[in-house]
Design a protein around this ligand. Structure first.
Ligand code: HEM
Length: 180
């Protein structure tokens, strides 16, 4: 896929109301009332903060996994999905120093990121953006949408991922919960 930009703008306006901002590891982000997810542009309007990223090609997903995912993964924007999470993440230099096969081994062979995540589809819709390549504040911006009835399941998923070997390489993470 061709890379395309995204800007998450926190401030007085935006489709999503910010319910809480929890710094999980590392520096926090400032409080703000609302969040706008602006696809296709790197904008920097006056705001509490702006996070930039790009949608880009997959790094770790193998073809069988992609087939399984595309069979169950729902689109963003479903009417019943009135809750969302924006979880910006950065990984350590130790992660980026690994070879590609070592990162894949940590990510899926040992941490089971994709196979665990698949258990929570189609309840959770997701989109991954990369920030590292454009010198952004976070290496990744992860975005999720779900219905209120699936919020507890989403919390369970996040808790499981945070216990994995992959998360030992996470050096900054902020958990932002939203509703509309
Ligand atoms: C909802 C179920 C989930 C599924 C099916 C899923 C699936 C995936 C897949 C397939 C990738 C690899 C993309 C590639 O090949 O480059 C990925 C990457 C990633 N996911 Fe998830 N994921 C889920 C939930 C989560 C959650 C809840 C978080 C954060 C708490 C998260 C954080 C990340 C991060 C940071 C990456 C990038 C890893 C890297 O490139 O080092 N994911 N996910």
């Amino acid at each position: 896929m061709r890379p395309s930009a995204v800007s998450f703008v926190a401030g007085p306006q935006g489709e999503w109301r910010i319910e809480r901002i929890v710094p999980v590891r590392g520096a926090p982000l400032a409080a703000a009332p609302r969040l706008a997810r602006i696809e296709g542009e790197l904008v920097r309007p006056p705001s509490a903060w702006v996070l930039h990223g790009v949608r880009t090609h997959e790094r770790y997903t193998e073809s069988a996994e992609r087939a399984r995912l595309s069979g169950v993964q729902p689109p963003l924007g479903r009417a019943e999905c009135t809750q969302a999470a924006l979880i910006p993440i950065s990984k350590s230099e130790a992660w980026w120093d690994l070879a590609q096969d070592e990162r894949r081994a940590v990510f899926e062979s040992r941490s089971k990121h994709i196979s665990t995540g698949l258990e929570y589809l189609p309840a959770v819709a997701r989109r991954l953006y990369h920030g590292r390549e454009i010198g952004a504040e976070f290496d990744f911006l992860t975005w999720f949408e779900f219905a209120p009835a699936d919020a507890a399941g989403f919390d369970d998923l996040v808790e499981r991922l945070r216990k994995t070997e992959e998360w030992r390489y996470v050096e900054r993470e902020v958990d932002i919960r939203l509703s509309r």
